[in-house]
Design a protein around this ligand. Structure first.
Ligand SMILES: C[S@@+](CC[C@H](N)C(=O)[O-])C[C@H]1O[C@@H](n2cnc3c(N)ncnc32)[C@H](O)[C@@H]1O
Length: 420
């Protein structure tokens, strides 16, 4: 990585004073620079310092390290194999904001090109778990983590189950599907007639209650709740998340739980966690760390509050039209102003050989909520303290409300070979 223009105001002043060209105090020098910035660079004072032709207005920027880095553009298309078995659902059959299912080939290519043979892979912001699942092969230990309960129990079900309890699960899913709708319950009272059609909401409530009664182990409970969450996704009156429901309630088909397609043999050495990524990173080590944090101010706990509520099943008080519970314990630092500090801490404490970070250049939105929390220069500065960095970029067309916004956006992976 090249570092250019590493000059500081202090150093500039020193040089000018030495040359006897401007007898300015540091404060005066700053005032001139800031005045100039406020006037839109109109007052440009050209100066020559040690043969470098520049203006005063370059210097405040020169306080930061400016990284120049080659970006490798990838135009290859990746096809997904959609295997499915009647009566079953798979880990990727879920709507989830920011899921990387369509980018798996791109990620896998970078790992095989840069990391060689991998014996352990950590997906520390796992969400649906599709990325860890792609590396869940014989001889590879997969670590999956997400601090939301709904994600955690699905990760446990698909990537953490090691004992084949299919027979029990088949029986119990049959039983849950046969439950008769009864009276109003916690779930139907709050989420019926809005996020779900009334009958479905009543059934979801009874099924969740019954799972607590019939599950014989933690693993069984995780698998059954996971089956319920995936089934709810198919009948939810939403656009795929629970920030809002659609005005017209037209998802009327009855909810039906299916069997998860779990490969128990591959999960033998895997580990699944429900922790804050920055806490977990201090406790584990592996070959490859894949980082896919939220990249704007939208908290996943706001968007998926309903699934958290159902998974934890503590029946908390809910408020507002959205019927959201208290979510103060599941706010992510990566959506806040201190995202950069959280990321720096994560990288500093990572004990691994390779790091891959997914982080998009979203551009600036009108409301600011979609703007990326970390700038490229900050990311590069932090990763560079750990090793050499390359950027891989996969072009795709961004669409907003069904229409193209006319700009080419890119999915990017920052790759860092850890050397320090
Ligand atoms: C962009 S999504 C990951 C999507 C995932 N790669 C996939 O393909 O489904 C980011 C995830 O990070 C989780 N998350 C946010 N902050 C976290 C934190 N501090 N520790 C652990 N998980 C966190 C969110 O719950 C969310 O599921």
């Amino acid at each position: 990585m090249k570092i250019k223009n590493l000059l500081k105001v202090d150093c500039l002043r020193e040089r000018l004073l030495n040359k006897g060209e401007y007898a300015l105090s540091k404060r005066e020098l700053f005032t001139i620079i800031l005045d100039g910035i406020a006037e839109g660079h109109n007052r440009s004072f050209d100066c020559v310092a040690d043969g470098i032709q520049t203006t005063f207005f370059d210097y405040p920027e020169a306080e930061n390290f400016l990284h120049e880095i080659d970006t490798q553009k990838v135009k290859k298309s990746y096809l997904q194999h959609k295997k499915s078995k009647a009566g079953y659902f798979q880990l990727q059959n879920r709507r989830y904001l920011g899921n990387k299912y369509k980018l798996l080939g791109f990620i896998e290519d970078i790992v095989s090109q840069k990391c060689g043979a991998v014996s352990s892979f950590c997906d520390i912001f796992a969400g649906t778990g599709v990325v860890g699942d792609r590396f869940n092969k014989h001889g590879v230990q997969v670590f999956s983590n997400d601090f939301l309960s709904a994600n955690y129990i699905c990760l446990q079900a698909f990537l953490g189950s090691t004992i084949d309890i299919q027979k029990n699960i088949i029986e119990k899913i049959k039983h849950l599907n046969s439950l008769e709708n009864s009276n109003e319950n916690y779930f139907s009272k709050h989420f019926g007639g809005t996020y779900f059609e009334k009958e479905n909401a009543r059934k979801i409530g009874i099924i969740r209650e019954e799972i607590t009664e019939i599950a014989e182990s933690e693993n069984e409970k995780n698998i059954l709740v996971c089956s319920l969450l995936y089934a709810m996704d198919k009948v939810a009156n939403t656009v795929g998340h629970y920030d809002a429901f659609r005005k017209r309630l037209d998802m009327l088909k009855p909810i039906k739980l299916l069997m998860p397609y779990i490969n128990y043999n591959r999960n033998r050495n895997n580990e699944v966690y429900k922790e804050d990524a920055n806490t977990l990173i201090r406790k584990i080590s592996f070959d490859v760390l894949y980082i896919d944090p939220p990249y704007n101010s939208r908290q996943y706990s706001d968007t998926y509050h309903l699934l958290e509520n159902l998974t934890d099943w503590k029946r908390p008080e809910v408020i507002g039209i959205g019927k959201k519970m208290d979510r103060s314990h599941i706010k992510s630092a990566y959506c806040l102003k201190n995202a950069t500090q959280a990321f720096a801490d994560l990288i500093k404490n990572a004990n691994c050989k390779h790091i891959l970070l997914s982080y998009n250049n979203t551009g600036d939105s009108k409301d600011g909520r979609s703007n990326a929390r970390m700038g490229d220069n900050e990311i590069l500065q932090i990763l560079n303290q750990k090793g050499d960095v390359e950027i891989f970029e996969k072009e795709y067309k961004a669409f907003t409300t069904g229409k193209s916004n006319g700009e080419n956006n890119a999915e990017r992976i920052f790759y860092c070979k850890v050397t320090k």
